[in-house]
Design a protein around this ligand. Sequence first.
Ligand code: NAP
Length: 360
Amino acid sequence: MSMSKIPVAVLGATGSVGQRFVQLLEGHPWFRLAEVVASERSAGKPYRTAADWRLETPIPNETGDLKVMDLGAELESTLIFSGLDSSVAGEAEDTYANRGCAVVSNSKNHRMDDDVPLLIPEINADHIDAIEQQRKRRGGKGYIVTNPNCSTVGLAMALAPFERQHGIDTLHVTTMQAISGAGYAGVASYAILDNVIPYISGEEEKIESEPQKILGRWDNGHFVPAEFRTSAQTNRVPTIDGHLMTISLGFRNGKDLRRTFTLDQLIADARSAIDNFEGEPQRLKLPSAPEHPLQYLKELDRPQPRLDRDRGHGMTVSIGRLRPCPLLDLRMVALVHNTIRGAAGAAILNAELLKAKGLL
Ligand code: NAP
């Protein structure tokens, strides 16, 4: 019954990620979208007029009729999803958290803060222990949790079985990122059609630092990052949704491993670790948890964005082409749906974890 659902607000509801929030919250068993917030350009208008809706499903009726509110407005909801532009997200998210709300954010601003979890619940659900410390700092019940950069989510999930099994020392990743990752205004069609742009502002720095926090530990009041070194190169390509990446990795004790196991054994081990990978969302049966967070595709030419991005309702990261690397140890290809597992779907899964753990 909708009356017993938790009312939630979406900040930045008119944008690329905001529209995905609206789509994924329709019919959610625990949450009811009660409020939508955007800039003064949209405030005061009905959502269906303010948002230039671009998704394949229609705007949910109840949401279309909601009046868009101004950023900073007093909200009825105490669970707030943020898909705000990073120029305003930092301050606005702090404001709502300091008012006592649980803010579940997509934006980069607070991801690396000392007491803010950067969550992928299959990997580091225990990082929510940092919330207690954050609440003390804020002096109330409110807090912020974040999900990673859209490429980082796919990368960290693809790495998790390897980091758990043997530990990673060195990593090289090259991304081919869809245009929906650049936000609604995005990249001009004249710039991206028939083209590849070998630069995405700020992206390589995020991919080179966020996975270490995610795959690290929350230990005695602070985050201890995982120790691998990363080199990232990022490209914008003319796909609509789905970030594809090629990854090479070297193990921490690679020499010993190669002495003890053949490469075929290492690959077979890695395949089974990928197939069996799961975490808290699967154990708790959270509503947005995919049955398989990782899926290995055997075909030599997969994964591909158009064919594989919607696996697990966009929440499964697909992996393929696992094979020896002549420079490091292994190499592979990974694909993540950037606005679902890489953004709105990730945040909703985070909020489901918080609810299941009694933090809402
Ligand atoms: P977007 O399409 O440009 O949407 C930005 C949203 O922020 C819109 O709702 C916009 O409202 C609102 N906004 C902008 N300026 C504002 C202001 N001064 N006051 C209040 N609201 C304001 O961007 P996006 O791609 O959805 O990204 C949103 C956030 O998620 C960013 O921080 C981004 O880095 C992050 N993220 C994006 C992706 C992705 O794949 N796209 C993935 C992970 C994380 P108006 O419509 O009223 O202007």
